[in-house]
Design a protein around this ligand. Structure first.
Ligand SMILES: NCc1[nH]cc(CCC(=O)O)c1CC(=O)O
Ligand SMILES: [Zn+2]
Ligand SMILES: [Zn+2]
Length: 384
């Protein structure tokens, strides 16, 4: 078709007239040559031959922008890289432990004496950061105050010190909460009527955060959800003179729901009664999430986190908008990870493809950091 006849066709066509069916659009494949061939055979060449109409203006023709794998990758604002990933790991106070968590396929509870061997191959493949969760298993290690959370002999502080010695290049985040250490499994200190005592909880949580930071954690990440904890932690870090070398990541928008089950198996942190609905956000609470994000930024959070990720992409995008000058983290939580595994096992889709799709949508929504159980897989996949 010559340029003038194209112009004629564009200007003369009645937009409401029925269109002649065009060639079936070429199906893109990941193979360069295949996609080139299919495009030539069923694409523009035959378009000219059958003089199929071009709808609207020429800008409506989008396929040219992504027919090639490299060109497709350019359509994303952010590509997934190894440095965006934080790997959550479960550290026990046991000996010679490497206990598989059945509800969290491929994830383990690892004791300190096995931690170096566990991390070594991952660090070699490019692991940049871990998020530590302590799993105290010794009898008597849980009480109503969560006293063992900052035990210098406990798993988190031991793990921090070991990692600093063995893998000085690894960025250490420590989750800060009491639910792994309280006898009742709740994330704070309770009153006699079993409701959360916010002030006592904040005092205790900020002490624990300070202990992890003093032990050498590069980042402390309180997940307890008590009001005012970010300010309390920041003030203690300043008072102690370590605020300049401790990053404070807030689980600001943490929603309650049924996606944390496998984690509670792994961390041994299921509440012995009740649930966490009084201190985690209701799933419909987009406005509350926005308020929590703004509040935590004002209290001194260095990173805002949204959790779970896949069901809260709108909230990630809100966090990105509200906190446009902060890194935004998203936690693809245990239930999301295990769902993907279960569906892949049932033949619904390919595991790797869905791991990428789900993570790419989290980045598209605005996250710049992804906390993911797929991290060990991505360290392999991103090399190929
Ligand atoms: N407060 C502890 C904590 N920190 C992170 C998660 C969930 C992580 C996951 O499911 O992978 C939880 C569980 C909970 O709040 O019950
Ligand atoms: Zn190598
Ligand atoms: Zn908790």
């Amino acid at each position: 078709m010559s340029f003038s006849s194209l112009v004629q066709e564009l200007s003369l066509r009645d937009p409401n007239a029925p269109r002649r069916p065009g060639p079936t659009p070429s199906v893109s494949t990941f193979d360069d040559r295949a996609s080139h061939v299919s495009r030539t055979m069923s694409g523009y060449a035959s378009t000219a031959a059958t003089s199929v109409s071009i709808s609207g203006d020429i800008g409506s023709q989008l396929h040219g922008g992504y027919f090639h794998p490299l060109a497709r990758s350019w359509q994303a604002e952010r590509q997934l890289t190894k440095s965006m990933l934080i790997y959550p790991i479960f550290v026990t106070d046991g000996e010679d432990d490497m206990i598989h968590v059945p509800s969290l396929p491929g994830q383990y509870q690892v004791s300190i004496d096995r931690l170096t061997a566990f991390l070594e191959p991952l660090v070699h493949k490019g692991l940049r950061s871990v998020m530590l969760f302590g799993v105290p298993q010794k009898p008597g290690s849980k009480d109503i105050l969560g006293s063992s959370a900052d035990d210098p002999e406990g798993p988190v502080i031991q793990a921090i010190q070991l990692i600093l010695r063995r893998f000085p290049q690894l960025f250490i985040c420590a989750d800060v909460c009491l639910c792994e250490y309280t006898s009742h499994g709740h994330c704070g200190i309770l009153r006699d009527d079993s409701s959360l005592n916010n002030q006592m909880s904040v005092d205790r949580i900020s002490d624990v955060a300070l202990a992890y930071a003093k032990a050498g954690a590069h980042c402390v990440a309180p997940s307890d959800m008590n009001d005012g904890r970010i300010r309390a932690i920041k003030l203690k870090l300043i008072e102690e003179g370590i605020a300049h070398k401790t990053l404070l990541m807030s689980y600001s928008a943490k929603f309650s729901g049924c996606l944390y089950g496998p984690f509670r198996d792994a961390a041994g942190s299921a509440p012995s009664f009740g649930d966490r609905r009084c201190y985690q956000l209701p799933p419909g609470g987009r406005g509350l999430a926005r308020r929590a994000i703004i509040r935590d930024m004002n209290e001194g959070a260095d990173i805002i986190m949204v959790k779970p990720a896949g069901q809260y992409l709108d909230v990630i995008s809100d966090a990105k908008e509200l906190g446009k000058d902060l890194p935004i983290a998203a936690y693809q939580v245990s239930g999301e990870y295990s769902m993907i595994h279960a569906a892949a096992k049932a033949g619904v889709f390919d595991l790797k493809t869905m791991a990428f799709e789900s993570t790419e949508s989290i980045l598209r929504a605005g996250a710049t950091i992804v906390i993911s159980y797929f991290t060990p897989n991505f360290l392999d996949w991103l090399d190929n």
